[in-house]
Design a protein around this ligand. Structure first.
Ligand code: ZN
Length: 318
């Protein structure tokens, strides 16, 4: 016969053991916030001083945010998150379906770049008839409303987004203290912009030619001019036509443009061929997707400073 006390002890053990196991195994019952890119993941972590949120970043380090597609498991995670923060403005083309499915399920999805005082893509693309035709063909690749999504290459804009995110996070999660943390964070981003301005001060030749059209906000903040782009259309998946490439090559030679800035996550084959044709042009790899998990470019401050130093090295004293 079983003694009633034994049953009571057994019942207590059954109740206690799973909890104890869960604690030992580190199961995380904090609210889940999924950020699409490393930039917004780092910002959310900074706005959560007591580590009350479980923050996950969808894109693997160094992935191309334009192209990356969510795995089935990641798509499922998006639909059970407490909050999703994407860059938006058409950046995450490969994630659109997964993001929309989460929104349809009633998950709150914040489009961070919309709070960054976004700018249209600059008028540096030459629109001859041929380019216009190509443009129409590639309409499905255009960014929403023609606004440039690459706001994270300007630290001041990261700070502006942080201030908006602070309020939004406090609305969602009681007692987070995100708005206060955001004020401090935005001040740090302003200081980072000043540091970059000083770092870039020796650069007299402020013309940028890049592989894809990522440097609009950088140019706007630090007084540079994007004079040419190898891959048309603001994303990374379009093919440049031969006429545009010939025009860009001619311009690089004529105007003695010293460098082409390419992306670590995007093929630079065409840019390399172009540089080979225009003798003496250096191809410089940049970190354009945000922190990439490898020191010294594994933080927002780290990748922005490193990019600035690579520009100083390449464009030097003019
Ligand atoms: Zn891009």
């Amino acid at each position: 016969m079983t003694h009633p006390l034994r049953l009571a002890i057994l019942a207590v053990l059954l109740l206690v053991i799973p909890t104890a196991c869960a604690d030992a195994g580190g199961e995380d019952d904090r609210p889940l916030v999924i950020a699409s890119t490393s930039v917004w993941g780092e910002v959310i972590e900074a706005l959560d001083p007591s580590d009350a949120l479980r923050v996950e970043v969808l894109l693997p380090p160094g992935a191309d945010p334009h192209e990356y597609q969510a795995s089935a498991a990641q798509a499922a995670d998006l639909r059970r998150a407490d909050l999703v923060v994407v860059n938006g403005l058409g950046l995450e083309e490969g994630l659109l379906d997964a993001i929309e499915a989460a929104e349809d399920d009633g998950i709150l999805v914040i489009h961070a770049a919309e709070y960054a005082d976004p700018l249209p893509f600059d008028g540096h693309e030459e629109h001859d008839e041929h380019a216009e035709e190509a443009h129409e063909e590639h309409e499905e690749h255009d960014h929403e409303g023609g606004l440039d999504p690459h706001v994270w290459l300007d630290p001041v804009r990261i700070g502006t987004v942080a201030l908006a995110l602070g309020d939004l996070l406090d609305e969602q999660f009681d007692g987070l203290g995100a708005a206060d943390a955001a004020v401090e964070y935005a001040a740090a981003m302003d200081a980072l912009a000043e540091e970059m301005t000083e770092l870039l001060a020796p650069v007299e030749d402020r013309r940028l030619v890049s592989n894809h059209d990522a440097f609009g906000y950088f140019a706007d903040r630090f007084g540079f001019e994007v004079v040419g782009v190898v891959i048309p259309g603001g994303s990374t998946d379009a093919d440049p036509n031969s006429r545009d490439l010939a025009a860009l090559t001619a311009r690089i030679i004529e105007e003695s443009i010293p460098a082409i800035f390419v992306d670590e996550a995007v093929s630079s084959t065409v840019a390399e061929a172009l540089a080979a044709e225009a003798e003496g042009v250096v191809v410089v790899e940049m970190v354009t997707g945000g922190p990439n998990g490898e020191a010294p470019t594994d933080s927002i401050e780290g990748f922005l400073i490193e990019n600035a130093m690579r520009i100083v090295d390449a464009l030097g004293n003019g």
